[in-house]
Design a protein around this ligand. Structure first.
Ligand SMILES: Cc1ncc(COP(=O)(O)O)c(C=O)c1O
Length: 433
């Protein structure tokens, strides 16, 4: 299909039908129903590799909040990425996927004692402490288990990543981390050193998500290294680990122009090496933790079109059989995803349409200002691009709509990785009077 937001193996056959991983989407819809998440395994593995190669000497952790399901974690683990989790549930999934606990990084701004205790019990590689309360909680957990726990402190570096408000985390007014400009990071490192069962081995700074351009990442690295040098000088503390977070933007539509991983890696590593030299620091053990950029582009969502409502002089509404319960991003962030007919190419005179879901909300949008062939009809299949990140992981049962299935496609093989929810699943937690 040419360059764009579609998975690497996406292509149209001579009749115009879309295939991914060597499988026709019409066949997937027939066998597995719609809505359906279709994951291109080759694309997913390739993105893991590009990160490892684009960041030589750096560890890459997959931020599993983007899509935390057993099979996805198994693939990412096979591709030798670390895995970042932010809750007991994500940790449980990673352990169920067979991930070595030492390869887990545990984030979160309000981890419970139970979550911290499980992390310490299983031996999670690094716990990223986010608050003064957590320092005390983790100290007690570690003392009770009579172990010393290596930690990173999450620093809020005061960098505005110029992205959507809901995915900015590096600016001062954030719920995450110890704010550098207010002196909280200094207080945190002093406090941590008074906790005998905690050992600060590094820091973590993540500035936000869906960021284009390398400058904010370079600035983040420089601020973090300046801090390591200052703590060395003022506190005699040598920290050897630095996690620079994730947030690299991806292409959702043809208008998005993300930075190539290799260019991003080069820019950050050059800045790190220059800054280290200037500050007289050894290059720390570096970690980056992309989520969206690993899993987002690998996946499309397949829907069936159920109604086409023409409002002369106003607009045309095209309704699909899913919507905000399987992709909340357009409603939450005004996100745009590229769309295309999947069962045929359609006529070559596009018309503007609003593609909407089947939920009882006017904000239930798939693509508000989209374009489809003017002969779009009921029964056509619609593919929505780049839906691997923050869709299944944020899915709900709003309007009691069962969540879709997900299939992994590769070289003509199809494997179900999430089974479709059924009506009984919807009642499974109900306790009738
Ligand atoms: C601490 C942390 N690391 C990594 C990520 C991953 O961000 P992205 O999926 O944009 O790469 C997030 C996203 O919220 C995050 O909070």
């Amino acid at each position: 299909m040419g360059p764009g937001p579609w998975p690497l193996t996406a292509e149209r056959d001579d009749a115009g039908a879309l295939h991914v991983g060597g499988v026709a989407l019409t066949e997937l819809a027939r066998e597995h129903g719609t809505p359906l998440w279709v994951v291109d395994e080759a694309d997913l593995r390739e993105r893991c590799r590009r990160y490892r190669e684009g960041f030589p000497g750096v560890e890459v952790a997959y931020a599993s909040k983007a899509w935390c399901t057993t099979a996805i974690l198994q693939i990412v683990d096979e591709e030798r990425l670390l895995i970042d989790v932010v809750s007991g549930g994500e940790m449980h999934t990673a352990l169920a996927a067979g991930v070595d606990p030492a390869n887990l990084v545990f984030h979160g701004n309000n981890k419970s004692v139970a979550e911290l205790d499980r992390a310490v019990e299983v031996g999670v590689g690094r716990i990223v402490v986010d608050s003064f309360e957590e320092l005390d909680r983790l100290e007690k957990v570690a003392a009770d288990r009579d172990v010393v726990v290596p930690i990173w402190l999450r620093i809020t570096p005061g960098i505005d990543a110029h992205t959507h408000d809901y995915v900015r985390t590096g600016h001062d007014d954030s719920k995450f981390g110890f704010t550098l400009s207010l002196g909280l990071a200094d207080q945190a490192v002093r406090a941590a050193r008074e906790h005998p069962h905690l050992e600060v081995v590094g820091i973590h700074a993540h500035i936000g998500s869906q960021i284009f351009g390398t400058d904010p990442f370079v600035a983040n690295a420089e601020v973090a290294l300046d801090l390591l040098a200052r703590w060395r000088d003022e506190f005699g503390l040598t920290l050897r680990e630095l996690n620079l977070g994730g947030g690299m933007g991806i292409r959702y539509t043809h208008e998005d122009h993300p930075v190539e991983v290799a260019r991003y890696g080069e820019a950050v590593l050059r800045a790190v090496d220059e800054r280290c030299e200037r500050l007289g620091l050894d290059r720390p053990r570096l970690v980056v933790e992309p989520g969206r950029a690993i899993v987002g582009p690998s996946t499309l969502t397949l829907y069936e079109i159920g109604t086409v409502k023409v409002l002369p002089g106003l607009r045309t509404y095209v309704s699909v059989d899913g919507g905000m319960s399987d992709n909340i991003r357009p409603a939450l962030y005004d996100a745009e995803h590229e769309v295309a007919l999947a069962n045929r190419a359609g006529s070559d005179d596009p018309m503007p349409v609003s593609i909407v879901g089947k939920h009882c909300e006017s904000g239930d949008l798939v693509r508000e200002h989209g374009s489809l062939p003017s002969d779009v009809a009921v029964g056509d299949l619609l593919a929505v691009a780049a839906t691997g990140a923050y869709t299944e992981s944020m899915a709900s049962n709003y309007n009691r709509i069962p969540r879709p299935a997900a299939v992994l496609v590769s070289d003509g093989d199809v494997r179900t990785i999430i089974r479709r929810e059924n009506l009984d699943d919807l009642l499974a937690r109900d306790v009738p009077l």
